[in-house]
Design a protein around this ligand. Sequence first.
Ligand SMILES: Cc1cc2nc3c(=O)[nH]c(=O)nc-3n(C[C@H](O)[C@H](O)[C@H](O)COP(=O)(O)OP(=O)(O)OC[C@H]3O[C@@H](n4cnc5c(N)ncnc54)[C@H](O)[C@@H]3O)c2cc1C
Length: 381
Amino acid sequence: MKRILILGGGFGGITVATELARLLDDEHEITLVDRRERFHMGLRKLWHAVGMGSLAEGSRSRAALDRHGVRFLRRRIVSIDTANRRVATDEGSLEGDYLVVALGAESRPDLVAGLMEHAHNVWDAEGVPPLKAALDDLERGRIAIVIAGVPYPCPPAPYECAMLLDDHLRQGGRRDSVELSVATLQPMLLPNAGKAGSAWLAEQLAARGIAFRTGSKVERFEPGRAVFADGEMAADLMIAVPPHRVPAVVEESGLTGDGQWIPVDPETLETAHEKVFAIGDVTGIKLANGLPLPKAGIMAELEGQRVAAAIAADVRGETPPAGFDGQGFCFMETSKTTAALIQGEFFAEPEPRVVLAESSAENAERKRDFEAERLARWFGA
Ligand SMILES: Cc1cc2nc3c(=O)[nH]c(=O)nc-3n(C[C@H](O)[C@H](O)[C@H](O)COP(=O)(O)OP(=O)(O)OC[C@H]3O[C@@H](n4cnc5c(N)ncnc54)[C@H](O)[C@@H]3O)c2cc1C
């Protein structure tokens, strides 16, 4: 009997747990630990903010994973001992023959002066209802979306946010009296999609009258304005994408080494410690062009599938599966009813190959199915 201990029940952790349950006999013990009882996808945060359903509608109890034979423990992990594959939690310690670290990236609004006081943080679910209320109240004025740190989960999401807001304000007859703008510290809008993808996105924003600036690092948020190294942006409502870091417990475990993220073998997702894997947003995988692999649920999921297959093969004494190939996709919403499809071969050399399919209603439908299909598969009806 082997014990597989999975830390973090997001896209990555849930995939490893449910895939292992499918691949292994019942005698093995699969334990998933998360400090929160309920799961929802990041995309729900934007949908809730612009009235496309609620967070609650897309939220499920992780306890429902027992239908797969996965034991879910709602606990906070307080330390990780990688040498012994043992973790301490707020309710005792746990051990595994295999350890999978899938603890995600934590948003750190505290790292930018004034962000917590003057801007909305929708990268945390708690920030979503206050943003919705502020949006509902805004009859006229200026909305600024400011990317305050990189890398952050879901590179296209701030721009999706801008385009969903554009549609939302039009529907409400308020678009003529509300200005929309986006600012990023990166040299182009979407570096992972390259120059062509960034140029396409710039056209999309311009066509909707959404102003944007690149290469602008925000220094602080003040009442009614974001202050950059190279100027400022006045706004009545500010939405910030905060800097992100690994959870403190990961840093304290030494898993990040000298860097900010957990270094892993890009194909096997193995860490420097035996039978300890790391997947998803908590990892740092550098691409041929020097950029990091985008942090996205689909990446965490595909990495999780590979790790589950590798653990199952190891348990059975079989040869390891093919490595993770760095291919992924995402549907980028361009309005409430349309989305573009971005597909990437991120391990390609000398740089990732990214293909973009124009917006369509069909892709928006496929994005809704993306959520519905996983919720049903993981948690049941
Ligand atoms: C607005 C927005 C829109 C997005 N849209 C998309 C999209 O359309 N497609 C897509 O692919 N991705 C999207 N993403 C990105 C996606 O949500 C993340 O990349 C994904 O969740 C990463 O999965 P993960 O398993 O690595 O980590 P997470 O999903 O973040 O899971 C980590 C888990 O670890 C738990 N945890 C952390 N610390 C502890 C601790 N000390 N003790 C116990 N538990 C702990 C957390 O509670 C969490 O449940 C979006 C993100 C946002 C913010």
